[in-house]
Design a protein around this ligand. Structure first.
Ligand SMILES: [Zn+2]
Length: 154
């Protein structure tokens, strides 16, 4: 079965369990304590093996030393789960890479514009001699202006 790329794995891997972890699809993945050295409770592994016998589709013994998971989009997705959600996420991110990069570029440009706007305002006031504003008043004025800008944008 196809697996996510190393690049995706390195970027999104959220953690791993030495015992068991449930994928958002409902499947439970568990380790073999001989391999993972996980701190299983008494009978826990035997119980998981029993559940696997009864329902092999939903109880999967991991072939790895731990059950790795991604935490994406508010869900826990297990690496290499038969549901293939990890692969779907990678495909989504890759297929929309140009839109995502454009989105980041637009966001960063906006942050950059705000930075320069703020910088211009800071440089337009001499805080030593200009008694018009305290620093807090200045910040509040800036926020008011920003709020107006944001309101005008929407
Ligand atoms: Zn799954």
């Amino acid at each position: 079965m196809k697996k996510v790329s190393d690049e995706f794995y390195q970027s999104f891997m959220g953690g791993g369990s030495l015992i068991s972890e449930q994928c958002s699809c409902g499947r439970t993945h568990f380790c073999n304590p001989q391999i993972s050295q996980g701190d299983f409770e008494d009978g826990e592994y035997d119980n998981l093996l029993k559940l696997q016998k009864e329902d092999p589709e939903n109880y999967i013994e991991s072939e790895y030393g731990s059950v790795s998971y991604f935490y994406i989009g508010n869900e826990t997705v297990i690496y290499d789960c038969p549901c293939g959600k990890d692969i779907s996420y990678e495909k989504f991110f890759w297929n929309y890479r140009y839109s995502i990069m454009e989105f980041y570029r637009n966001k960063l440009e906006k942050i950059e514009r705000e930075y320069w706007e703020f910088s211009d305002m800071v440089h337009s006031v001499d805080f030593k001699t200009d008694e018009k504003y305290t620093y807090e008043e200045f910040i509040n004025k800036f926020r008011e202006k920003k709020l107006k800008t944001i309101l005008n944008e929407s």
